[in-house]
Each structure stands twice: as C-alpha cells, then as structure tokens.
Ligand binder design. Structure first.
Ligand code: NAD
Length: 372
C-alpha cells in the first residue's frame, strides 16, 4: 500500500511473515513493535535485553498483543541466530545497538562488535536470502561529528548559529560525514554499510539519522535518553548533572512522530531506498538543556537542582535537523510540540513508574499542555 498519509497502515499484512524489530524491547523498538502489532502484523522482537528495564517493555508488548508479539532473546553478534530471525521477515527495523557515546569510550571493541558486526549480520542475512526485503536502520546525528566549524553565538540560555540559513532550517543531509567517538564511528560505519547494501546488492534499505527522540517507554539514563532522564531525576527530587554549560541545543522529537516516520519509510521504500534522512523535531522543537530544565520546573511546580560538570567528548554545541527532505519524501505531518510532548512524558512517568511530584503536578501538567 502506498500513501503519503503517514497515519495510514503499513504495507498489507502478509500471513506468516513477521516484521522483525531488532532491539525491539528498547525504547524506539518497543514503540515500533506496538504500532505494527496494532496494525495486525506479526512482530518478532530480537533483543538481548542488555539495557536495564527493557524487559518491562517486552512484558507490556506481550500483554497488549498476546497473539502478535513473539521474541527471541538473542545477541545481535550471534550470526546464526540473527540469520534465523531474518529468514521469514517481510521487513526489518534494525534498532539493536550499543547506544551510548560514554560506553563506547570505555569499551570501543564491544561497541564495534555490536554496532558494526551486528549490523553486518543483519544485512548479510538479508543478502543471502536473495529477496528484496526492506530494512530501515536507526542511525544518528553523530555521523556529522562535533560541527565545530559552525559559528555560534550564545543568547541567555542557548547557542544559535550565526548563519541564518542554518539557524532557520538546521543541518541537512548534504553535511559531510565526520565520525567522532567510537560510537560515532560504529554507527556511522553501520549507516554506510546499510546504504551500500542498497547500492551493491539491491536490498531496499533506508537510514534515519536521528536527533533526540523522547517519549513513553524510554529508560533514560545519564548516558542516553536525556529528556526522560532529566524528568525522572526531577520527579524523584534528585539533582541533574549537566555536562558543559547547558546551552547546547538539540531538536527533540516525540516517539509517536518517529514511529510514523519509520512506518512511512517502509510504505515508501521504493522511492526512499538507498537514502538517508535527518529525523528530529526540527527548528520548531530545538531546545537547550537549560530550557528543558526550566520547562520541567514549570511542569512539576518547583525548582530543580542542577550540577555542572565538564563537557563530554564529541558533544555538539548545536545540532538541529533540517527535516525538510524527510517531511517531503516521507509525507510527515507537523511534529508534536516539545512543550506538549515533554509534559505528556512527565505524566506517563508519574503513572507508569509511580514517580510522584512533591507539589500538585497534575494541574501543572494540564496547564503545560495548554501552553502548546
Ligand atoms: N533515542 C534516541 O534519541 C536515538 C538517537 C539516535 C539514534 N538512536 C538509535 O536508535 C536505536 C534505538 O535506540 P533506543 O533509544 O531505543 O535505545 P534502547 O537502549 O532503548 O534500545 C536498544 C535495544 O537494543 C538492545 N541491545 C543492545 N545490545 C544488544 C545486542 N548486543 N544484541 C541484541 N540487542 C541488543 C537493548 O537491550 C535495547 O533493548 C539505536 O540503534 C540507537 O543508536 C537513538
């Protein structure tokens, strides 16, 4: 089925052929699995449950879709097990990864094995099948490096590019690749392998170079998933450590919009195969860490303690996706505003994790929703 409406269902359900989501117990993977199972697809999750807490996502999925979700608890480095999972897939969404820059600096070899060898295991299993099975890959803005050449100015609480074209539109896909940190190298290499398997072997692949995705089912930690992490700390009444001056800017995208983009890439695979897209909230959802903390204070109704520490390796002062290509080619709708999305995530965390605010949070949450 082809459609420019990204809310439309994904390609028609084929009996006995599953949608494979590697890393499907994780934040983005579990949301993708939920979407496809809700549309009637059989979904096979392949995940080693490496990230603490993601087993709850898997339980949630199985409870919600008992006849649609099955899971293989396996490592993406296991070539044979990966090939088994790929064998009957009608489409593959490859999310499984070592996801943190910090961890990659501690153990670059493991990061390499999971992110490069793991991706090659998936790609090569597809190549050996000899069928045109779509694969959509979760890449990252880190493939563009630290962007230190972009001249910035600092306003009160955020960096802004001096160049008005970048300020208005963000960073486009024509930006040269420049891998920094082992994580940047491993995801960047995997990104290039995925694109090349379209070129060299005709496999319909597509790459999403994502900025910061946030939302329900995110197990945010200090090392990855900062929007959820900041909220969890604030809701627990704990201080938040900010690495750098807190004025660094990212464009944030709600998970529901990210899932729609992935579903749409599958829908439009004939036109988007072999291509990479920058996926994020775009300039309208570009926020600094300080601005997020300030919004969280509005939501929970009390000040949040922040502690400042040194900059982290490879941290970009400014990254905002130019989403025009993805919007046009994938038919994306206007993303959810960050004010509304972050307030909704705070509400979900309170309910799901039993995190309570010390003040009357629910009325604040509602007023934050009205803000947008
Ligand atoms: N969340 C973001 O903002 C963001 C931004 C850019 C790129 N990405 C990429 O998107 C993908 C999904 O990220 P996420 O935020 O959902 O992270 P996540 O940590 O919630 O999910 C990753 C999943 O992969 C699994 N996994 C890790 N190592 C594995 C291995 N060796 N074998 C099998 N499974 C393994 C984990 O158990 C986890 O369930 C990753 O590839 C990540 O690099 C995410």
């Amino acid at each position: 089925m082809k459609s420019s409406d990204t809310s439309a269902a994904s390609p028609a359900v084929l009996r006995h052929r599953h949608v494979l989501v590697t890393g499907g117990a994780g934040f983005i993977g579990s949301n993708l699995a939920n979407r496809f199972a809700s549309e009637g697809h059989d979904v096979l999750i392949y995940d080693v449950l490496a990230r603490p807490g993601v087993d709850h996502n898997l339980e949630w999925l199985k409870k919600r879709h008992p006849s649609k979700i099955s899971a293989v608890i396996g490592d993406i480095r296991d070539e044979t097990a990966v090939a088994d999972a790929v064998r009957d897939a009608q489409a593959v969404f490859h999310m499984a990864a070592q996801v943190a820059v910090t961890t990659s600096l501690v153990d670059p070899r493991e990061d390499f094995e999971i992110n490069i060898r793991g991706t090659l295991n998936v790609l090569d299993a597809l190549r050996r099948r000899g069928e045109r099975v779509p694969l959509i890959f979760a890449s990252t803005n880190k493939v563009y490096g630290d962007l230190a050449d972009i001249e910035l100015e600092k306003t009160n609480d955020a960096y802004k590019p001096r160049d008005s074209a970048i300020r208005n539109a963000g960073i486009g896909e024509n930006r040269p690749l420049d891998f920094h940190t082992p994580y940047g190298c491993s995801k960047g290499a995997a990104d290039q392998y995925v694109l090349d398997y379209a070129r060299s072997f005709g496999i319909p692949t597509c790459v999403m170079r994502m900025s910061c995705i946030y939302g329900q089912r995110q197990m945010g930690t200090e090392d990855q998933g900062w929007v959820a992490h900041f909220l969890i700390r604030a809701l627990q009444g704990e201080p938040i450590t900010i690495y750098g001056d807190g004025c660094q800017v990212r464009d944030v995208l709600d998970i529901s919009d990210a899932v729609s983009a992935y579903a749409s890439a599958w829908n439009h695979i004939e036109t988007v195969q072999g291509r990479a897209f920058n996926l994020g909230g775009g300039p309208a959802n570009a926020i600094s860490l300080r601005q997020l903390v300030s919004h969280i204070e509005d939501i929970i109704g009390r000040p949040v303690e922040t502690i400042y520490a040194d900059w982290r390796a490879g941290d970009q002062r400014y990254y905002v996706s130019d989403t025009r290509l993805a919007t046009q080619e994938l038919g994306l709708k206007q993303p959810i505003s960050w004010l509304k999305g972050v307030a909704a995530l705070a509400g979900w965390l309170q309910e799901e994790k039993g995190l309570t605010c010390l003040t009357s949070s629910s009325s604040r949450l509602q007023s934050a929703e009205v803000l947008s």
